[in-house]
Design a protein. Structure first.
Length: 313
């Protein structure tokens, strides 16, 4: 398998006929694996390094200091989630020991006017709990804002790839409820528990994920049709993008949300990554894009909430 690359600025600047060719390539990638390396993203490098440094400082703290910003109750979506709190494979009905990781999570930066649904307010519009570390909050907020803009641009390319008008997704994603997760996978020694991974095999839940694994780091793998695993390249200066379950459902399985994991091997150095999970507005109605009735309509927010209940977080 060759891992696909898509140059976003190349697409955005292309003339009409070249744009069609590139959109067809993007459609093929999303049908085949739903995973690609994204270049030409235009996110300023210093925003990325500021964020990576801030996150590294956060994880370097003593456990007690990290716990100061822990999610205050089970199910609270943001803040620090320590070791042993999540097993992603459970979202696929596979019972495994907890993933070998810790994370810090944050949500939308503001509550849009007119949101009154208490479930929405509780599930995605509760505050992010900020650590008391110089520069952490601004670095995080800047990076989050960049990811929101990048996701919107990718959604334009997706619309074109699906033969829809450029702005088709705009109204669905103008108040997105995306989550940003900084992940730290501590160095491993011997791996003692059977089936324990850094992130168990899972698919992502939303429209698309923008991943930034630490450059040249190892371990992210996508499932192959024959049951094997393929190592995802993590080139410097590029993001890894993948389709989530909601997009597969929206496209009535034209596009695939592929199983992936971060494999745990003995004696690995620590590994960090940033994962931005793009999710349409809380109340966007996700109806099959082909006009069929193959899937029932769902609301973006409640759909996501159901998915979360399954991972033991
Ligand atoms: O850390 C990574 O590279 C991937 C993590 C991941 O797939 C996830 O958290 O959904
Ligand atoms: Fe994932």
């Amino acid at each position: 398998m060759e891992f696909a690359t898509f140059d976003l600025q190349g697409f955005e600047k292309a003339g009409l006929s070249q744009r069609k060719i590139l959109a067809a390539q993007l459609d093929k990638i999303c049908r085949d694996s739903g995973f690609l390396v994204l270049t030409g993203h235009g996110v300023p490098e210093n925003y990325i390094t500021d964020m990576q440094n801030a996150v590294q400082e956060f994880f370097k703290q003593a456990p007690d200091d990290k716990q100061k910003v822990k999610a205050p109750y089970a199910g609270y979506p943001y803040g620090y989630l320590g070791p042993n709190s999540e097993a992603l494979a459970k979202s696929k009905g596979v019972d495994t020991p907890p993933d070998l990781k810790e994370s810090f999570n944050g949500g939308p930066q503001e509550v849009p006017h007119g949101i009154v649904d208490p479930e929405a307010l509780e599930f995605c519009y509760v505050p992010t709990i900020w650590p008391d570390l110089d520069g952490f909050k601004p670095a995080w907020q800047t990076y989050y804002g960049e990811m929101e803009r990048l996701a919107s641009r990718i959604m334009v390319a997706f619309a074109v790839a699906l033969n829809l008008p450029d702005g088709f997704f705009e109204d669905y994603i103008n108040h997105p409820i995306s989550g940003l997760r900084a992940l730290n996978y501590p160095a491993t020694d011997e791996i003692s528990l059977l089936n324990q991974q850094r992130a168990g095999a899972h698919t992502d839940y939303g429209s698309l994920t923008i991943l930034l694994p630490q450059a040249e780091s190892q371990g992210l793998q996508v499932a192959l049709p024959d049951g094997g695993w393929f190592d995802v390249p993590t080139p410097e200066g590029a993001f890894v993008i993948n389709i989530g379950d909601l997009m597969a459902r929206w496209t009535v399985d034209r596009w695939v949300s592929t199983l992936h994991r971060v494999v745990a091997k003995p004696y690995q150095p620590a590994r960090q990554s940033l994962a931005f999970f793009h999710q349409p507005n809380w109340d966007s109605v996700i109806a099959p894009l082909d006009g069929s009735k193959k899937y029932e309509n769902v609301l973006s927010g409640p759909y996501l909430m159901e998915k979360f209940k399954s991972t033991g977080s």
